[in-house]
Design a protein around this ligand. Structure first.
Ligand SMILES: [Zn+2]
Length: 235
């Protein structure tokens, strides 16, 4: 049948195409599949993939370094533009790398799907500007970008310019956040270290460690006290 023949040719062409890509580029595509499109990588390296060898390898490693500085491959981040953030009223650059990481909770109901989570995040930005962390964390492990890794947030009085904060969306006094959200925060911090924006010897705190508040709730607070970077010494 003509279509069967056609499918075989297409399959053959596809395999040849993949095989012709340098292993390094294939690794990048697999690693960054969630954050960039294959088109991006192949457009960048479409010409180079025909000359396999040291040149391709070097170009690919340069691209990998650029990607590492820009993307967190193992974190599902919803950037500001994607959740419809309002423009910030003022922007100050963080002095990088930061050495303090604060864990908070929003003390709002949790949210469970993209539509309600976007609405919740917008609501937090609109009505709680003063507790707007660098990142807002949803129970399924999705992270909404607040001020991000580069800009001073408004989250922990007296420490905003020295650290970043992760705010778990929900109330975690009686039960800690699900594992997916905890893992996402750990991965995001690790990505910050890879990007040179978080000190590898950072100290982790709960909001209550430095400000008079019960935040991030007893259950979440007890959880983060088991994390290796949790510090009993005040910053
Ligand atoms: Zn707090």
């Amino acid at each position: 049948m003509w279509w069967s023949c056609c499918a075989q040719v297409l399959c053959y062409l596809h395999i040849q195409y993949v095989l012709s890509l340098d292993a390094c580029i294939i690794k990048l595509i697999l690693t960054y599949l969630n954050t960039i499109t294959i088109t991006y990588v192949t457009n960048q390296y479409g010409n180079k993939r025909i000359n396999n060898g040291a040149n391709t390898k070097r170009s690919c490693m340069n691209l990998e370094m650029k990607l590492k500085k820009t993307y967190c491959p193992n974190v599902n981040i919803v950037h500001r533009s994607a959740w419809g953030a309002a423009a910030p009223t003022s922007v100050s650059a963080l002095h990088l790398p930061v050495s303090l990481v604060f864990i908070q909770h929003t003390e709002t109901p949790a949210c469970h799907d993209p539509t309600s989570c976007k609405a919740r995040v917008k609501n937090i930005q609109q009505y709680h500007m003063s507790t707007n962390g660098n990142f807002l964390v949803v129970e399924d492990g999705t992270i909404y970008e607040g001020r991000g890794l580069d800009r001073v947030g408004a989250h922990t009085m007296g420490y905003n310019s020295r650290g970043i904060a992760f705010s778990f969306i929900g109330s975690y006094s009686n039960s800690k956040s699900p594992a997916a959200a905890l893992t996402a925060v750990k991965n995001m911090i690790q990505c910050g270290i890879t990007q040179g924006k978080v000190d590898s010897a950072y100290h982790l705190y709960g909001h209550r460690d430095v400000n008079p508040t019960s935040c991030p709730g007893d259950a979440l607070y007890h959880e983060i006290q088991t994390w290796p970077h949790y510090s009993h010494t005040k910053p």
